[in-house]
Design a binder for this molecule. Structure first.
Ligand code: HEC
Length: 217
């Protein structure tokens, strides 16, 4: 019985403590055990500010800011790259799809009419792969890039099935670069279409080199 009264008293104190002072106005600031972000210097949207010379709280975008997906009036390029490279187009070159399926092979739009142009594309791909992919997938494509040492899990080893086989079409890799997949985010907004194909051609080169080296053993 004693314990019952004790528990009853504790519950009563808790309930009154939590609910009893709701809605009451205090004249002094409350005691803040964990202030967190209760008090902060900030600007409220649409309200004036004495901090800025023009007395406006809301700021204009920095000159030259390029909103994603929009162009300056009359302009048809984004940072020197044609706008259409970043989406909204149809066809194999822009989507990796042929009808409902992924296509494979390098599209005609790349203009690969000689060994020299193909070599150029692969070289460009090597450079772009180094910038955009190797941090995760590794210089050789084995999935052991620098980020894998810092806990990015499950990075695909591009030398393993199915990625290195004919059953993994180029169009599918194009789609992965554009939209991402699972743990990998998409790079469609960063890598122009031609560079995506260049990267694919380089990944294919890495895979072929690895297969040749393994076969030679
Ligand atoms: C931030 C790390 C990161 C970067 C950068 C990155 N990837 Fe990935 N990638 C991953 C991870 C993680 C997976 C595994 C995704 C999953 O299955 O969840 C993956 C999967 C893939 C796959 C296999 C997708 C499938 O069908 O299962 C391909 C192909 C690929 N990446 C290509 C690339 C290429 C090409 C680039 C450069 C444009 C790139 N990745 C950049 C992390 C990355």
């Amino acid at each position: 019985m004693r314990y019952f009264f004790l528990a009853y008293a504790i519950v009563a104190v808790l309930v009154v403590g939590m609910l009893g002072f709701r809605g009451q106005h205090f004249s002094k600031p409350p005691i803040q055990v964990f202030p967190d972000m209760d008090n902060q210097d900030k600007l409220k949207a649409q309200s004036p500010s004495h901090f800025f010379a023009d007395r406006q709280g809301s700021r204009q975008p920095v000159a030259g800011t390029q909103p994603l997906g929009f162009n300056e009036a009359g302009k048809k390029e984004i940072g020197g790259i044609p706008e259409y490279e970043f989406g909204g187009q149809t066809g194999y070159y822009y989507t990796g799809h042929v009808g409902d399926y992924f296509g494979t092979g390098m599209p005609d739009e790349l203009g690969l009419d000689s060994e020299a142009t193909a070599t150029q594309l692969i070289k460009r791909g090597k450079e772009r792969y180094g910038i955009y992919c190797s941090a995760c997938h590794g210089e050789t494509g084995n999935g052991l890039g620098i980020t894998s040492h810092y806990g990015v899990p499950g990075i695909a080893n591009l030398h393993l099935d199915p990625f290195n086989s004919a059953s993994y079409p180029d169009g599918r890799m194009f789609d992965v670069i554009t939209h991402g997949k699972g743990m990998m985010s998409g790079y469609g907004a960063n890598i122009p279409v031609r560079d995506r194909w260049a990267i694919i051609s380089y990944v294919r080169t890495l895979q072929a080199a690895k297969q040749a080296a393994t076969a030679a053993k």
